[in-house]
Design a protein around this ligand. Structure first.
Ligand SMILES: NC(=O)c1ccc[n+]([C@@H]2O[C@H](COP(=O)([O-])OP(=O)(O)OC[C@H]3O[C@@H](n4cnc5c(N)ncnc54)[C@H](OP(=O)(O)O)[C@@H]3O)[C@@H](O)[C@H]2O)c1
Length: 338
């Protein structure tokens, strides 16, 4: 197999490139050379995915059996359309990394891969869409839905859309699991969102990478939800964080109404916590039937801590600063809980 990874130096794209090389595949990566080192063993092409000239130069390095696009998230559909159209003559298939945010019903309703998508044209610019007052839908979701449509326009049935919810694992730059790990290591009374048994379903970046390769080598088409089919309870996640870090602490489970009343921001101040009923009710059975296999989340916790403790920190990314609750705010809420 010969593949092109759009991106390939950062989080998911980096794992895809490494995994493909391990399989003995030939890998080309395309990025600007800013976000990280290229993986040893790839053919690297540097350029900007918004430049037609750079895309034409890139197409000259083909043909590929598949493109795997991990780098579309900051670009409007019309740029995705330009890239997919420019690369169509050089690639047999396109595996597009999308998100569950493309669904109209997320995070309110249970979803399958056939649930309705947000409506966004394939040639929309960055102004298209909006973010609702309660944080749903998001403009990001509209833009990613338009990106899917752009890829479908260029690649038709040779396009696959992988829709992860939350991706964790070694190299995570958003600051979700690393924050919980550091919080566990600090120990003491740890503010945690009740109910402790609520199941969350983040997926390991290495499992998304392997599934992207499976899809690249298949003749599959259409959308696949890439969600951990078993998940883990919040209690299980925090226990694993305490176990791995050796932190001497205990979660204090706070009622969501209390957290909301105290102004705790969902999704960011207590990472992975969001009260909406559908947030973790996404059906991944189509992906599982097509070959998605997910390691137990305790292994993701273990390997993220090993990476983080050895060479992970600090991560230089703007999203990092949004995650985690300030110690003073946490202490104040804990004191109010008695
Ligand atoms: N993280 C999550 O929890 C999550 C959840 C659901 C879906 N997703 C989706 O997963 C995908 C992968 O995310 P990721 O975090 O691994 O990667 P990413 O941060 O979206 O992409 C980074 C890669 O894109 C390259 N890049 C950025 N701008 C570029 C440009 N103008 N031209 C060429 N290359 C450019 C970067 O290299 P240079 O900067 O060097 O160019 C880097 O290699 C995204 O599409 C995201 O929407 C993520």
């Amino acid at each position: 197999m010969r593949i092109l990874v759009m991106g390939g130096t950062w989080f998911l794209g980096r794992h895809i490139a490494k995994s493909a090389l391990r399989e003995g595949w030939e890998v080309t990566t395309f990025n600007r050379g800013r976000s990280g080192r290229d993986v040893d063993g790839v053919e690297m092409v540097h350029g900007d995915r918004t430049s037609r000239e750079d895309l034409e130069r890139l197409a000259g390095h083909g043909p590929w059996d598949a493109v795997i696009d991990t780098s579309s998230s900051d670009f409007p559909p019309r740029d995705v359309l330009t890239a997919a159209t420019a690369l169509r003559p050089a690639a047999a298939r396109w595996v597009h990394i999308s998100t569950v945010s493309v669904y109209e019903g997320w995070p309110h309703q249970p979803l399958t891969d056939a649930s309705p998508l947000l409506d966004c044209p394939a040639d929309a610019d960055e102004s298209y869409g909006y973010t609702g007052e309660d944080g749903s839908p998001t403009q990001y979701g509209f833009q990613k839905a338009g990106g899917e449509r752009a890829v479908a326009e260029a690649f038709g049935d040779a396009a696959v859309f992988l829709r992860p919810g939350v991706i964790l694992g070694p190299g995570e730059y958003v600051g979700r699991l690393p924050w919980w790990l550091e919080r566990a290591q600090r120990g003491g009374r740890i503010l945690a969102p009740a109910p402790a048994d609520r199941r969350i379903q983040p997926v390991d970046v290495r499992d998304v990478a392997d599934f992207a390769l499976t899809m690249a080598a298949s003749d599959a088409s259409g959308g696949y939800n890439v969600i951990h089919p078993d998940g883990i309870s919040f209690r299980g996640l925090l226990e694993a964080c305490l176990h791995e870090t050796g932190g001497a602490g205990a979660p204090v489970w706070a009622d969501p109404a209390v957290l909301i009343d105290q102004g705790v921001k969902q999704w960011t101040e207590l990472p992975l916590w969001r009260t909406h009923a559908g947030v973790w009710a996404v059906d991944a059975s189509r992906a599982v039937a097509a070959g998605l296999t997910c390691r137990p989340i305790v292994k993701t916790v273990r390997d993220t801590w090993r990476w983080w403790a050895a060479d992970g920190r600090p991560v230089d990314h703007p999203r990092w600063a949004d995650h985690g609750i300030a110690p003073e705010k946490e202490a104040k809420i804990l004191a109010s809980l008695g």
